[in-house]
Each structure stands twice: as C-alpha cells, then as structure tokens.
Design a protein around this ligand. Structure first.
Ligand SMILES: O=C(O)c1ccccc1N[C@@H]1O[C@H](COP(=O)(O)O)[C@@H](O)[C@H]1O
Length: 204
C-alpha cells in the first residue's frame, strides 16, 4: 500500500500548492502560538479556501482549550484534528471530528499503554520525546520501540528528512509519515526541492 504523506507547518499558499503538486495527501496547520510555524486560523482558512479537493487539512493543537478549538475549526475549516499535547481520549473524542493523537515515544512500556488509551483515534502519530518541547523537534526516536502490532494505523514523525525517509518506510511500513522541519528552507518556510525529494522517498 502507498505510504500517505502529510506536510506539516504550512504558513504560505505557495508551499501548500507545491506540496500538493508533489503528491502530498495532507497539509498540517499549527495552531500552537509558541511554534515558529504558528498560523492564525484566519490565514489558514484563506489558504484552505484556495486548495483543490481531495487533500486533507489537519489542525494541530497542543493543550488548547475546547472553546478555542471550536472557534479555530469554524474559521479555518480544517478536516481533521491532530492533538499533540497531553489531551485525554475523552477530550479528543468530544469535538465530533476525526482526530489523530500524537504520542511522544519515551520507552516501549509507556508507548504500549498510551496506544491502548486512544483506541478511537483514526491513527496514532509517533513523535520524538524531548522534555519541555511538544513537537517539531527535528529529532528521530528509537524506531525499535515501535510495537509490531499497533492497535491503530501508525503515522511516523520526528526528524524525518529526504535523506532518511526511504529507509524509514522500508523498515517500518507505516500507514503514513509526517514531516515539518525536514522539508523547510527556514522555520515556517518550505523548500520545494526537499518537499519533492521527501514525497518521492516515501514511496520508493
Ligand atoms: O511543527 C511544530 O512547530 C510543532 C509544534 C508543536 C507540536 C508539534 C509540532 N510539529 C509536529 O511535530 C512532528 C515532528 O516534526 P519534525 O518533522 O521533527 O519537525 C510533526 O508531527 C509535526 O507535525
């Protein structure tokens, strides 16, 4: 099966259109103000209104209050939610929208427990753990900690680049992959050459 690709941290229409032209399945918008890739819901909505159909748009939140999540979804019109903080399964399920949950991988036993907690997620996104940083670290984690039989489809993230993506998908065969820093020219600005190389590498 083809590996689905999400390009995260979109802040400009030209980057969104380049990712789609290269074959991206999903685009991520970071609604977490401390991130250098933060985008306002209004600007995300403006970008999303110009996109062709059949591309999934993903709203990324980190411990955002529910009232703000409702408002941001209404303004931006994102299709799917990515919870990237310490949200509970009950909280994630309460928005009546499809959602994925990011799990930051520390060790095998805590990962297995977390996986069982989020059974209603459409997919589980595995990211690197760095204390005090919720995501977008640009660091890989120990892929040997990933269990062979996960309860939900897996999206691999954390430090993926055009250089390591082929070996990652060949080794792990995830449902999907997610990248932010690995396809940037600078924080929040994507590099078209890296985007194309990454997407080619995801389905060698
Ligand atoms: O991109 C960010 O700035 C970000 C901030 C807070 C939480 C998550 C964030 N990004 C997500 O982190 C992973 C890995 O990113 P990278 O490829 O290592 O840069 C990915 O899922 C991003 O969507």
């Amino acid at each position: 099966m083809r590996t689905r690709v999400k390009i995260c941290g979109i802040t400009r229409i030209e980057d969104a259109l380049e990712a789609i032209a290269a074959g991206a399945d999903a685009l991520g918008f970071v609604f977490y103000k401390p991130s250098p890739r933060y985008i306002s819901p209004e600007k995300a909505g403006e970008i999303i209104s110009q996109l062709p159909p059949f591309v999934t748009t993903v709203a990324l939140f980190v411990n955002e209050p529910s009232d703000d999540i409702y408002r941001i979804l209404e303004v931006s019109h994102c299709d799917l939610i990515q919870f990237h903080g310490d949200e509970s399964a009950e909280f994630c399920e309460s928005f009546n929208r499809p959602w994925i949950k990011a799990l930051r991988v520390k060790d095998a036993s805590s990962l297995s427990l977390q996986m069982l907690e989020f059974k209603q997620a459409r997919a589980l996104l595995l990211d690197s753990y760095r204390p005090g940083v919720p995501g977008g670290t640009g660091e890989t984690f120990n892929w040997e900690l990933i269990p062979e039989d996960p309860p939900r489809p897996l999206i691999l993230a954390g430090g993926l680049t055009p250089e390591n993506i082929s070996s990652a998908v060949q080794q792990l065969q995830p449902y999907g992959v997610d990248v932010s820093g690995g396809v940037e020219a600078q924080k929040g600005i994507k590099d078209p050459v890296k985007i194309h190389a990454f997407i080619r590498g995801a389905n060698p």
